[in-house]
Ligand binder design. Structure first.
Ligand code: SF4
Length: 322
């Protein structure tokens, strides 16, 4: 099959657009979508200048998504004095898994010449995920603990590193899955949070905003294309799956979406565009509620929370006592 742009040999066919693309035009198309998303979301504040640059902290796991995002950001903004990029990796304490992906992250950030910070659950919370899985005091799936710990580390370190934005490598499939999961569970508040957390556009952060704004510039690119981009660019991405991966429900949704996409190309894109509108309406509805609710500080760590003790401190104590 030939590239629809130049007639050279195509390396991919996107059923949702009907396009066949060669390696060069495929690379350009992925990068264009990421840059367009950054532009449309207004990610770079007009107030950013070489004298007062913005700091963007990028969550870098070493997997294909975060590696591709970091690579494209460095290619796009590496020489732009209005943006400072910092990569942040988290070691969860998972034997035989995270060390290899951290090596990939080190290799990438050294090649791109960007600052790289590594934080471990062990140093932060005095625990390792392997131990959490063994003790499991709350009888929960590993990812439920891990997600709470990760969110805490990302938010605190983004603040500590002076981040104006926190960027993560969620792709189109991740986002369409999350959208369907929130819809299927009827959780409108979660939809509101999803919008507030990451769907832009980004106004300047207000004094009252509790968290560093999050962005997902890769969210227009399907997972398969992210993987192909990493492969064709020979990026040091680590592809082994975590041994504690446990989101069975997400797996079912993923399968459903793959089947829908196969028979109705473009399904993921239409889910996302409809969902973003719904999530925005939900955010408007619940933002008022939240403004009037008591959002205080955790008794243990001072993090913003609606409870006395935040979820992270509660879980750390449960693991300690197990
Ligand atoms: Fe943590 Fe689950 Fe991801 Fe493993 S798959 S790193 S347990 S969130």
């Amino acid at each position: 099959m030939e590239c629809d742009k130049c007639g050279r040999e195509a390396v991919m066919h996107a059923a949702y657009s009907g396009l066949h693309l060669c390696e060069t035009h495929f690379r350009v198309s992925v990068e264009k979508r990421v840059r367009r998303r950054i532009r449309e979301d207004g990610l770079l504040s007009p107030e950013a200048t070489p004298e007062a640059p913005e700091t963007w902290v990028v969550g870098l796991s070493g997997g294909k998504d975060s590696v591709v995002l970091t690579h494209i950001l460095a290619e796009t903004f590496g020489r732009d004095p209005r943006v400072e990029l910092v990569a942040l990796s988290i070691h969860e304490g998972i034997e035989g898994y995270r060390d290899a992906s951290l090596d990939a992250s080190e290799e990438l950030t050294a090649a791109l010449d960007i600052e790289h910070e590594v934080v471990t659950y062990e140093e932060e919370f005095g625990l390792r995920m392997d131990q959490v899985v063994e003790d499991d005091p709350e009888d929960m799936a590993p990812c439920a603990y891990c997600g709470v710990f990760r969110r805490d580390v990302l938010e605190r370190y983004a603040e500590a590193l002076g981040a104006d934005k926190l960027l993560t490598g969620h792709n189109l499939d991740d986002e369409a899955q999350t959208a369907l999961m929130n819809l299927f569970s009827g959780d409108v508040k979660q939809m509101a949070k999803h919008f507030d957390a990451s769907l832009g556009p980004f106004p300047a952060r207000a004094e009252s905003d509790r968290f560093v704004p999050r962005a997902k510039p890769l969210r227009d690119v399907p997972e398969k294309e992210v993987a192909l981009y990493a492969h064709l660019q020979d990026l040091p991405a680590h592809i082994t799956e975590c041994p504690h991966a446990s989101e069975a429900y997400r797996g079912e949704i993923q399968q459903l979406l793959l089947e829908m996409e196969e028979s109705h190309p473009g399904t993921r894109h239409s889910i996302i565009s409809g969902y973003e509108e719904l999530a925005e309406l939900a955010a408007l509805r619940y933002r008022d509620d939240e403004g009037s609710s008591d959002f205080g500080e955790c008794d243990r760590c001072g993090a913003p929370t609606a409870r006395e003790v935040c979820r992270k401190c509660y879980l750390v104590e449960a693991v300690d006592e197990a």
